[in-house]
Write a protein that binds this ligand. Structure first.
Ligand SMILES: Cc1cc2nc3c(=O)[nH]c(=O)nc-3n(C[C@H](O)[C@H](O)[C@H](O)COP(=O)(O)OP(=O)(O)OC[C@H]3O[C@@H](n4cnc5c(N)ncnc54)[C@H](O)[C@@H]3O)c2cc1C
Length: 450
């Protein structure tokens, strides 16, 4: 059987590795971007000089041949599901017995006038990084449009090269569509502290070109502000990269529509990763989740299904992590920007304004539902166990040290978090557990007292 995978990102490659473990089928992985799988999340570190492209490849180049995974460099422009044939932009063709679509995302563009000028782009692919490198030469100012995770990465990238940045953010505070107000304000302050010209409540109206009408020269905002610049970063989100599937038989929504087995409406055609839209996402989860570990989990699940063992995709408890300049961010579970009526929250912030811990719980049962951490690292396995097992907030607080994942020489703040809870509730809880791997391992093995 010949299994063909479109996309050599985390979803496609995880699937290929697991199919190889499970079977002896012929596997071909196609990508028009790079010959080999690399870590997309590390693109910024190449620009900032912390890593070379070579360092972002999780597997040595010999790995593919040794594991009999054939790599094909090229762009698929059409999928013919009747003849089971893929057509490339250079007229090559490949036939498949089973097909996995793992084609990732593309940067959003919203038909802004001037969006196709030179020096206007998103940051998604390796080619985007190369273009960004090219346009950085002699650049006097970059304008970044869209205050999400990629926007702030782009701001940091230019900042490390001392290129002034104007950052246009539609919201009234950075990423407040995801972060609760206190955390959003912390990041907003932090961006300003780095000398970024952050303009909140501001949207891009149009981009003007130079005299030749080729390269971006100026941005005009919805407030009629004019900003001279030689580069415009479009970072207003991403969406499934499925244009090449239009006019085919595969049913599409915003992404490739799949059931819990990651099967499309067409037999022998599957999809995984950023390009997917789940028909029935689990409660609390979205139909499309463009994050790395979702691609990894879907890649593994789909491998089993392709090899004939039915396994439903179970994303577990939501988590995400990112970095806002120097502040690391982690979220586990259900943390909404606005506190739902049925939840209570405990929010502790360090007086320095760069660290915080938020824990949310269900008002009626007391069960913890989520953790939001800025500048402090908590262990995923520990937080996940508490959330999965509906552990009471007071039990969690007394054992909070178990979650702490900061290096040993970092200060621990769990005592202060518990003290804040006591102050707000009139209770007198004491911290029973401090940071330490032995305690954590014991905890992870043990049953939670009810
Ligand atoms: C700058 C940046 C930073 C990020 N940081 C984080 C982070 O910190 N944490 C996190 O969880 N997530 C992060 N993400 C998101 C994460 O990288 C993605 O969720 C993940 O890479 C998606 O994996 P995928 O395998 O679904 O698709 P992709 O990695 O996009 O791989 C798809 C591949 O398919 C190829 N392809 C697409 N269409 C075709 C075609 N028609 N023919 C041939 N080849 C095709 C593409 O070129 C691409 O190589 C970041 C993304 C970016 C861009």
């Amino acid at each position: 059987m010949h299994i063909v995978i479109i996309g050599n990102g985390i979803a496609g490659i995880t699937a290929a590795r697991h199919i190889r473990k499970l079977s002896d089928h012929r596997i071909t992985v196609i990508s028009g971007e790079t010959d080999h799988f690399f870590s997309r999340t590390a693109l910024m570190y190449i620009y900032m000089g912390h890593m070379r492209f070579e360092d972002t490849k999780p597997y040595e180049d010999w790995f593919w041949e040794k594991n009999r995974i054939e790599l094909v460099n090229g762009w698929v422009v059409k999928v013919d599901t009747k003849t089971k044939k893929l057509h490339f932009d250079d007229n090559r063709e490949i036939t498949y017995d089973k097909l996995l679509i793992a084609s990732g995302s593309k940067s959003n563009k919203f038909n802004w006038p001037g969006q196709d000028l030179d020096g206007v782009q998103g940051l998604y692919s390796f080619q985007d990084l190369e273009a960004m490198e090219h346009y950085s030469e002699g650049l006097k100012r970059a304008v970044i449009v869209g205050g999400g995770l990629i926007g702030i990465e782009m701001a940091e990238m230019f900042h490390t090269r001392h290129i002034p940045v104007t950052f246009l953010v539609r919201e009234s505070s950075f990423w407040n569509v995801v972060l609760p107000p206190e955390e959003s304000q912390m990041v907003t302050r932090h961006i300003l502290e780095h000398g970024i010209d952050l303009r909140l409540d501001t949207e891009l109206k149009e981009i003007w070109g130079d005299k030749a009408g080729r390269r971006a020269k100026m941005v005009v905002t919805n407030k009629s502000e004019k900003i001279n610049c030689g580069f415009v970063g479009l970072t207003a989100g991403v969406s499934p990269n499925i244009d090449f599937l239009h006019f085919g038989e595969i049913e599409l929504g915003k992404g490739v529509l799949v059931n819990e087995f990651l099967e499309t409406n067409i037999p022998d055609v599957y999809a995984a990763g950023d390009c997917v839209q789940l028909r029935n996402p689990k409660p609390g989860r979205r139909p499309t989740e463009a994050v790395w570990y979702v691609g990894r989990m879907m890649g593994e699940t789909v491998a089993y299904n392709i090899c004939g063992e039915k396994v439903a995709y179970d994303p577990g408890i939501w988590f995400n992590s990112a970095k806002f300049f120097d502040i690391e961010y982690q979220v586990y579970g259900d943390i909404k920007p606005e506190l739902p009526e049925n939840q209570s929250t405990l929010y502790w912030e360090h007086p320095g304004g760069r660290m915080s811990v938020r824990i949310n719980w269900d008002k009626s049962s007391g069960a913890v539902v989520g953790f939001n951490l800025m500048g402090v690292r908590y262990r995923q396995e520990v937080c996940e166990k508490w959330i999965r097992q509906d552990v009471h907030i007071e039990e969690v607080l007394q054992n909070l040290g178990l979650a702490n994942f900061d290096p040993e020489f970092y200060k621990e703040y769990e005592q202060e978090v518990v003290a804040l809870y006591n102050q707000q509730t009139g209770k007198s809880l004491a911290l029973r557990q401090r940071r330490g791997l032995t305690n954590v391992l014991k905890f992870l093995k043990a049953a939670i007292p009810s």
